[in-house]
Design a binder for this molecule. Structure first.
Ligand SMILES: NC(=O)c1ccc[n+]([C@@H]2O[C@H](COP(=O)([O-])OP(=O)(O)OC[C@H]3O[C@@H](n4cnc5c(N)ncnc54)[C@H](O)[C@@H]3O)[C@@H](O)[C@H]2O)c1
Length: 251
C-alpha cells in the first residue's frame, strides 16, 4: 500500500461492500480517512467493522445510487456524522455481458442508470459541499472498456463508462476554480472480482496470458491509484482518465 496523508479527510465510497470498492474503502481508512461505505447490500457493515478495527472511523449507509433521494440522504448522513466531504469515489457499477443484438431497452437503461446516472447523482449531491469548502477530490471508476477500447458484448457497459470519462473531463473544467480535482480510473481485468461473471479458470488463464505484465490486476492496484488521486500529491492532475491494465490496451 502506498502511504499518503489523509488524516481527518472524509471520504465516500460507493459500491464498497465488496470487490474493488471495499479495497478502496479499507485503503483510505488505513491512510487516516473517515470513510462512508455506501452500498445496497448489508455486507457494508462488515467493511465498516474492518475499518473500525483498523483504528479509523467508518459509517455504513444503505444507498441505491440510482435514486437521487437516497443519495441525498447518504450525503446528509455523512455531513451529520463527519461535518464535511473531501473525497468521493464513484465506484458502484455493474458489468453484464450480452451481444448487442440481444440487448433490450431495459438492459440498456439498467446499466446506464446505475453506472452513469448513479455517478451523476453522487457528484450532484456532493459537489455543493465541496464548492463551499473550496476543496474536493472526485474519482470516478470507469473501465478500459469504453474509455480506451471497444469490448464485445458490452455495448451498454462501454457506453456508460465512456460517458463517465466525458463527465469527468467537463467537470474538471467547471470545478477547477473551486479547488476540486476530478479524475477517472479505467481498470483492465481485475481479479478476483472482475472474473466472477465468467467463473471459469480457463478463461481467467487466457486473460492472464494476454496481459503484458503477466498477471491479472488486483483490487489493491486500483486502490493505490485512488489513494494517490485522493491525496494532495496529485493536485496538478485533473480531467484525466488513467488506465490501469498491465499494458493490455497498448498492444
Ligand atoms: N472487476 C473488474 O475487472 C473491473 C474492470 C474495470 C472496471 N471495473 C469497475 O469497477 C467497479 C467495481 O467493480 P467490482 O469488480 O468491484 O464489482 P462488484 O460487483 O464486485 O462490486 C460492485 C458493488 O457495487 C454495488 N452496487 C451495485 N449497484 C448499486 C447501486 N445501484 N447502488 C449502490 N451500490 C451498488 C454492489 O452491491 C457491489 O457491492 C465497477 O464500476 C466496475 O465497472 C471493474
Amino acid at each position: 500500500m502506498i502511504i499518503v496523508g489523509l488524516k481527518n479527510k472524509v471520504a465516500i465510497v460507493t459500491g464498497a461492500s465488496q470487490g474493488i470498492g471495499k479495497e478502496i474503502a479499507l485503503h483510505l481508512a488505513k491512510n487516516g480517512a473517515k470513510v462512508v461505505v455506501a452500498d445496497i447490500t448489508d455486507k457494508m457493515l462488515e467493511v465498516v467493522n474492518e475499518i473500525k478495527s483498523s483504528g479509523s472511523q467508518g459509517l455504513a449507509v444503505k444507498c441505491d445510487i440510482t435514486k437521487m433521494e437516497e443519495v441525498e440522504n447518504m450525503v446528509d448522513n455523512t455531513i451529520k456524522k463527519f461535518s464535511r466531504i473531501d473525497i468521493l469515489v464513484n465506484n458502484a457499477g455493474i458489468y453484464p455481458f450480452k451481444p448487442f443484438l440481444e440487448i433490450t431497452e431495459q438492459d440498456w437503461d439498467r446499466v446506464l442508470n446505475i453506472n452513469l446516472k448513479g455517478t451523476f447523482h453522487c457528484v450532484k449531491a456532493v459537489v455543493s459541499k465541496m464548492v463551499s469548502q473550496k476543496y474536493g477530490k472526485i474519482i470516478n471508476i470507469s473501465s478500459m472498456a469504453g474509455s480506451t477500447v471497444g469490448f464485445p458484448n458490452q455495448a451498454h457497459y462501454s457506453a456508460s463508462k465512456a460517458g463517465i470519462v466525458g463527465l469527468t473531463k467537463t467537470l474538471a473544467l467547471e470545478l477547477a476554480p473551486f479547488g476540486i480535482n476530478i479524475n477517472a480510473i479505467a481498470p483492465g481485468p481485475i481479479d478476483p472480482t472482475g472474473t466472477k461473471t465468467t467463473n471459469n479458470i480457463e478463461v481467467m488463464e487466457q486473460i492472464r496470458k494476454i496481459i503484458p505484465i503477466g498477471r491479472m490486476g488486483q483490487p489493491e492496484d486500483v486502490a493505490n491509484l485512488v489513494l494517490y488521486l485522493a491525496s494532495d500529491e496529485s493536485s496538478f492532475i485533473t480531467g484525466q482518465c488513467i488506465v490501469i491494465d498491465g499494458g493490455f490496451t497498448v498492444q
